[in-house]
Design a protein around this ligand. Structure first.
Ligand code: XMP
Length: 319
């Protein structure tokens, strides 16, 4: 019978049998899948699990602190927090092409992860949050973008080079099942029902060259948008919502004079499979409040626009 606790019990037994007394490594992103794997492995093998969380400077506001609070402090999971912001941003300087940015971010991520793994003794397993739809997806033919999603998502190439065996305890589960298990394992509801966040993070939501000041403004704007969506109780009604930084300056005017600053675009979509999507008809009052707050509170932004493109022809992300 399918219940969350049955699945957990069954998985825990299987993980223990498979892993024995070996050490296991997990790249924790803060997303639902890797978080559920962390919680499940922690229950199954406790101290034999080490997680690596890489802050690449392209995460949402307070994301690193939240991951550490939930897993390290609250659940007692061993998490190595790597601050790699400078390293990522330095390598990304001057890179404007979306596909090059994606590949570069994926590559640096693997390097950082690899280095951390090299410092640990006796690790024999690499755990991943692969879920059933990922398995199906990688079996079929894919476009360039989707292939990159996969190669980043699954930390491509790593296991072979590091000579680790793969542990994928969610491999036969659908997203809603993964969420049920996450809740049963005690993960916060907010984390379990969080909107998807792409592997390259804000790197593909800052159009063109990535710079720290752009990332900081975007983080602030995005947090305001999400906060107001929650406030209007619409967060769970949309499938994905986020802000995008447009490195285009436009003229604005405020009490103390003329401004010549950047633009933030807001994106909110409704979809079931993320292959097609409709833009959300968000209430004007919400959009007005978000716009007012972003212009007041996010440094260097003097204009906010709303994206009314469906997928197709537009994609959900802007890059
Ligand atoms: P698009 O932009 O292709 O996005 O309509 C569809 C869904 O996939 C997410 N996405 C990614 N997820 N790595 C990921 O893990 C990626 O490189 C990536 N690119 C897009 C996107 O956020 C949306 O949910």
């Amino acid at each position: 019978q399918w219940t969350a606790s049955n699945i957990i019990e069954h998985s825990v037994t299987r993980i223990r049998e498979e892993v024995g007394t070996d050490q296991v490594l997990l790249g924790l992103s803060g997303g639902v899948d890797s978080s559920v794997v962390a919680a499940l492995l922690h229950q199954a093998i406790g101290e034999q699990l080490t997680c690596v969380f890489v802050d690449n400077g392209l995460l949402r506001l307070n994301e690193g602190a939240q991951v550490m609070a939930t897993f390290a402090r609250h659940m007692g999971v061993r998490v190595i927090h790597v601050n790699a912001e400078e390293r990522f941003l330095t390598r990304l300087a001057g890179v404007v092409d979306p596909e090059r940015k994606r590949k570069l971010i994926g590559r640096i991520f693997i390097d950082v992860f690899d280095e951390q793994a090299g410092k640990l003794d006796g690790v024999k397993w690499l755990a991943q949050g692969t879920i059933y739809p990922d398995v199906i997806e990688s079996a079929g033919a894919k476009t360039g973008k989707a292939r990159l999603i996969k190669s980043h998502h699954n930390v491509g190439g790593l296991p072979e080079r590091m000579n680790l065996r793969l542990l994928e305890p969610l491999r036969s589960l659908f997203k809603d099942e993964v969420r049920c298990i996450g809740l049963e394992l005690g993960l916060p509801t907010e984390l379990v029902y969080r909107h998807p966040f792409p592997g390259p993070g804000l790197g593909v939501r800052i159009l063109g060259e990535v710079r720290k000041e752009y990332a900081d403004a975007l983080r602030r704007a995005d947090a305001i948008f999400i906060e107001e969506l929650r406030h209007y109780e619409l967060y769970d009604r949309v499938s994905q919502a986020f802000a995008v930084f447009l490195p285009v300056k436009t003229v604005g005017v405020t009490g103390d004079g003329r401004r010549y600053e950047y633009v933030i675009a807001l994106r909110a979509v409704e979809t079931t499979d993320f292959m097609t999507a409709q833009w959300s008809h968000l209430p004007y009052e919400l959009l007005e409040e978000v716009s007012r707050r972003i212009i007041n509170e996010a440094e260097g932004i003097s204009r906010v626009v709303y994206d009314i493109s469906g997928k197709p022809p537009a994609t959900i992300e802007w890059e």
